[in-house]
Design a protein around this ligand. Structure first.
Ligand SMILES: [Zn+2]
Length: 162
């Protein structure tokens, strides 16, 4: 086990990192946050660059996640309408809800495809996407046809082959 870093484990780590990026000297950081100056130096040289790179990646991912969230919200509403229409026996409404849901899914698939081409973003492991995917697929349990086309859209089978 490598020796742990008092700054990485510091409860105010984010604040410390911000200070390190700014003009604050190592010495004043060490006295303000109660850590040794050598720890500050080591953290700045070895750990800060990775943190900054990760934060940049997270910013990119956040933009993508925000779009996904909006489409996901549309999708949840379409599926909600589908449920209610089915309960009420309003098949015409149910069908258009299914069409809406499928449109949202296509949009999602496109969005994911675009986002996946960006090197720092991997939405396939984004917890929100995984959660949403589970919600969508399980919400479609009672609608095998819709579920199948949705799954096909998600998996992105080439040329739309069945
Ligand atoms: Zn560190």
């Amino acid at each position: 086990m490598p020796r742990s870093c008092t700054l990485c484990e510091h409860p105010k780590r984010e604040e410390i990192d911000r200070a390190l990026v700014g003009e604050t000297s190592n010495l004043s950081i060490s006295s303000v946050f109660g850590v040794s100056e050598s720890a500050v130096r080591r953290h700045k040289a070895n750990h800060l660059p990775a943190t900054l790179a990760k934060a940049h990646g997270a910013g990119e991912a956040a933009r993508g996640d925000n779009l996904l969230e909006q489409v996901g919200d549309l999708q949840r509403r379409a599926l909600g309408i589908l449920d209610r229409a089915e309960e009420a026996g309003e098949l015409k409404t149910a069908l258009s809800a299914i069409r809406e849901a499928r449109g949202n899914l296509e949009l999602l698939a496109k969005l994911l495809g675009e986002l996946d081409e960006r090197p720092v973003v991997n939405l396939n492991v984004s917890p929100e996407w995984l959660e949403l995917r589970t919600v969508i697929v399980s919400a479609l349990e009672p609608h095998p046809d819709a579920r199948e086309s949705v799954l096909r859209a998600i998996e992105g089978s080439p040329n739309g082959a069945a």
